[in-house]
Design a binder for this molecule. Structure first.
Ligand SMILES: C[S@@+](CC[C@H](N)C(=O)[O-])C[C@H]1O[C@@H](n2cnc3c(N)ncnc32)[C@H](O)[C@@H]1O
Length: 336
């Protein structure tokens, strides 16, 4: 049966909504970049007050604020704009559920995604000539953003692990150390190390202090491809690491992790795993494009590719699991 006019209109709208999704993201991320949600965190404000606080034109800011009201992220009440809905819950300064850092990281990503077609043509990441990959502020937003999104999934990861007593834990490319901190909270007799680059270790130290775990965490500064992993460890974590590198680099990381494990020790890998068709789930397939615009050789990998690296590194797969909205977990063990 030919599609009715109504169906046709619905399908046109569906395509147009998919293609124009950037309008919503650009609106929210412009508000993050300008500091709109922070400026409204203590109290609602009038438009001229906000325009002065944020050094913005009244014309531009009115358009942005009204669009945010339309998106239910702000409310306009008696001439004052205030935080509302999801922004009230997740973007108010000081909220324990704060997600502003990861959205600030999104501001940098959007600028790269705008040039996606160039990255597809060249196969190279998008870089601004003469600029470092990340400024200090961008690095901080990236690393604290990892903490924003890991808070809940780290708790789920600990449930999935269900390891019994663990004494020594290494978090490779641990960033803010969220996963290590979660394991240490669940294992009162354990200690651990965050391995990361020096600028990131500074941020990890701050987070460890906030968690009250300073006495139980040490640090290994340097590249995960060169630095001595120490050990032997009972648990090594590779969380959101493998999508940044190519196949041979990942095989090296698995071999290095495996060598640093004690007999019977565990390796935990967390990432956005693809099915073997490489096209589903769609979030993981889209994430490959995120790594195309941001890295030299990263992409999402399939469960099977990762399991092959585990086996080649002499480890035995114990189980697969899911965590957060779209992440997978693989637990493997070294022979006793
Ligand atoms: C996507 S973040 C993941 C952070 C953390 N594991 C998590 O899941 O929340 C990747 C981490 O790898 C670190 N990293 C990147 N290249 C590295 C290298 N060559 N050596 C050590 N760490 C590195 C980054 O600094 C960052 O902390």
């Amino acid at each position: 049966m030919p599609p009715t006019h109504g169906d046709l209109q619905a399908r046109r709208t569906q395509l147009s909504d998919m293609a124009n999704g950037y309008r919503t993201s650009a609106t929210i991320l412009a508000a993050i970049e300008l500091g709109v949600f922070s400026a409204l965190s203590d109290r609602p404000k009038t438009m001229p007050e906000l325009a002065a606080d944020l050094a913005c034109s009244e014309r531009g800011l009115r358009g942005l604020l009204d669009a945010l009201v339309g998106l239910d992220l702000l409310v306009l009440d008696d001439g004052r704009y205030g935080l509302h809905g999801l922004a009230d819950e997740f973007l108010r300064d000081g909220s324990p559920l704060y997600m502003g850092d990861i959205l600030e990281h999104g501001v940098s990503l959007l600028k790269r995604w705008a040039h996606l077609a160039d990255a597809v043509r060249t196969g190279k990441p998008i870089r601004e000539a003469g600029k470092p990959k990340r400024t200090a502020d961008e690095l901080r937003a990236f690393i604290l953003g990892m903490q924003n999104i890991a808070v809940k999934s780290a708790e789920q990861m600990v449930e999935f692990l269900d390891l019994g007593p663990v004494k020594r834990v290494l978090d490779v490319g641990g960033g803010p150390g969220t996963y290590l901190h979660a394991v240490l909270r669940a294992q009162p007799n354990a200690t651990g190390s965050v391995l990361d680059l020096p600028d990131v270790i500074r941020i990890a130290r701050e987070q460890t202090e906030k968690e009250g775990l300073t006495d139980r965490v040490s640090y290994i500064e340097g590249s995960m491809f060169d630095v001595d992993y120490g050990g032997p460890w009972d648990l090594v974590i590779l969380s959101n690491i493998i999508h940044s590198w190519d196949e041979s680099a990942n095989a090296q990381l698995f071999a290095r992790s495996s060598s640093s494990l004690a007999p019977g020790g565990f390796l935990l890998v967390k990432d956005f795993f693809l099915e073997s068709n490489r096209t589903t789930p769609p979030d993981a397939a889209l994430f490959t494009l995120n790594m195309l615009v941001g890295t030299e050789a990263g992409r999402s990998y399939s469960w099977q590719e990762c399991e092959d690296w585990l086996t080649s590194a002499g480890l035995k797969l114990i189980r697969r699991g899911k965590v957060g909205i779209s992440s997978g977990l693989l637990l493997a063990q070294k022979a006793k």
